[in-house]
Structures are given as C-alpha cells and as structure tokens.
Design a protein around this ligand. Sequence first.
Ligand code: UT7
Length: 328
Amino acid sequence: MPNRAVIQSIGMAVADRVMTNDEFEAIIDTTDEWIQTRTGIKERRIAEPGQSSSYFGIRAAKEALERAGKSPEEVEMVVCATVTGDYLFPGTACLIQDAIGAKNAGAYDLGAACAGFIYAAEAAAGMICNGTVQNAVVVGIDTLTHFVDWKDRSTCVLFGDGGGAVFMERQKDTERGIVATVMLADGSGARHIKIALGGSLNPPHSARGEAACGYIYMAGKEVFRFAVRAMADSCSRVLEKAGLTSDDVALFCPHQANLRIITAAADHLGLSMDRVFVNVHKYGNMGAGSIPVALYEAEQQGKLKRGDLVMTVGFGAGLVWGANLIRW
Ligand code: UT7
C-alpha cells in the first residue's frame, strides 16, 4: 500500500470579539434581515488591531501539536495558507515556525485565497508522500477584517477573522489521509476580488500606490455565480478522480462564504443538508481559515469521525478553486 498523508489532529483559533448584524445597523444602511437572508451570517469574529494572521495561526498550530502529542522539534515543515500575512515578507509561516519552536522545520506561505487550505493540504501531502518530509503543520488563516472598508455595505458584513491548523504525517497501511485533490484556476477573473494596493504593481509610497485602493474589492454577483459553478465542478471532478460518488461522502465541508452558495452546491451534488457542515452563521467568511475551522467544529460536534470520508471544497480570489477528499 502506498504512503498516505494522514491528518492526526486539528486546532483552531478565532478572534474573541463577536460582532452581530445588529451592530452594522448603526454604521451602514443595512438590516439583520438582509444580511441573514442574503448570506446566512448572524455574527462574525473581529480581530483587534495588532492581532495579525500569525497571532491566530500560532494558537491553532500549538493546539494541533498538543492534540497530536508531538513536540515542536519533530515538525519538519510548516505551510501557511493566507492572503493576509503579517507582512509582504517575511512569510507568516516563518513567524509561526519560530513561535511554536519548530526548530527543525522549513516554512513557507501559500496564497490561494479561500481555496488556500485545499492547496496547502495537497502541497504538504505531496511532500509527505514522496518522502521529502515525514510530517507537516498545515495552517489556514486569514484576518480579512483588517482590510475591509467599514463604509462599504456590500463587503464589510461578509468577513471574519481566524482559522485552523492540522498536523499531518506519513503513514503506511492505512485507508486514512488525503485520498484525492483537484486544484483549478482562472486568472481572467482576477479583477473580481482583490486588494489593489501594497503589491509590486501598486507599491505603497509610490504614485501608483497613492491611486490604488487598500480595501477589499469584490464584484459580489460575479463571484457568486463563479462560486456555485466552482463548487459543483471541483466536487464532481474530485469524486470522479477517486472513483467515488457523493453517496460515499459522510460529510461535505465547504468554504463558508454564503449559505446560499453552500445549499446550491449541496443540491447539485444531491447531498441532503444533514451531511453538510455549516458554521457561516457564527463566523462569516474567514478566507483560508474557514475550512479548517469547519473541520474542527465538525469533529468536536461528533459529525466527523475517524475513518469518515469528508469532502472539502473552496473557491476565491484568483480566481482559484479546488476540493480535497480526505479519509479522516
Ligand atoms: O470567499 C470569497 C468569495 N466570496 C463570495 O463567495 C461572495 C459571493 N457573493 C455573495 O455572497 C453575494 O453576491 C453577496 C452577499 C455579496 C451579495 O448578495 P446578492 O444577493 O448578490 O446582492 P446584490 O449584490 O445583487 O445586491 C442586491 C441589493 C443591491 O441594492 P440595489 O442595487 O438592488 O438597490 C445592493 O446595494 O442589495 C444591496 N446591498 C445591501 N443591502 C443591505 C448590498 N449589500 C447590502 C447590505 N445591506 N449589507
């Protein structure tokens, strides 16, 4: 039997501060009713100034290691999926690696927006299965509210801060682990979700930077249509790749951006909602953090047990999308 990259444990960390829909009624022209019907979100977590992505990533990674019973010195790689790293450079993975004491590990960031955890889990699994490393800590974390325009009602209600981390390691003679992955992209849709300021095209302290916007821009309707297609597309492909059907899936754990997108995808796949994990009402969209937090809570609530087949799917800025089938 070939090597498998098995998720042995999971940790999570979200911001403490809860912001309800009612609070938005005081600052923008919106209602709790609009937000709930259009998105499914009731509240989200908001990071304080100075609580960066590494702040949450460190906490999640420490919990994952503790729950796996591993010492930090044993970790060989830290991969951090984020688009809201503490800095342009150094990488947030390096900050996490240092803070958790993973002295013998490599560390790098991977930016695939809300599909980041899918891409990062596969990147780590590849290194683990081909023998480059024995194990990895894979973090999915974002603090998107640091980049929202609190006056833009079409975006500011959608996001929240936090994420999770898993400890993954090589195992033989097991059915557990990453079973199959698909990863796709369409850069022609890059303009639909972005932060224009801060990269090498529009650097800060430059004429171009001065003209660029530092807030999250999102063409909601275009992204909505793309998201529904992308979810269905990547789930069908990953099931076909593994020679399985949606009947084999114990739990569907999608990126939590909008309840309407999740139910449309579940419908398409013929999955009843009792096999779909939803926590968007509590957290909003946490970027690369949504999927690991959903996996964590599904496990805590007894909806995801060892040996179950779980299908994760994510989509976001790039545009990128993808899905993992994981035997938990
Ligand atoms: O993880 C990254 C991927 N991102 C996503 O998955 C987000 C995908 N998009 C969406 O989830 C939805 O498109 C939104 C939730 C962002 C918007 O929902 P929608 O049903 O597509 O609304 P809309 O953009 O078509 O806007 C309908 C109306 C507009 O008013 P008019 O032009 O019809 O008068 C908006 O101005 O709703 C208005 N609107 C709001 N009203 C009250 C937009 N935001 C709000 C708001 N409160 N917060």
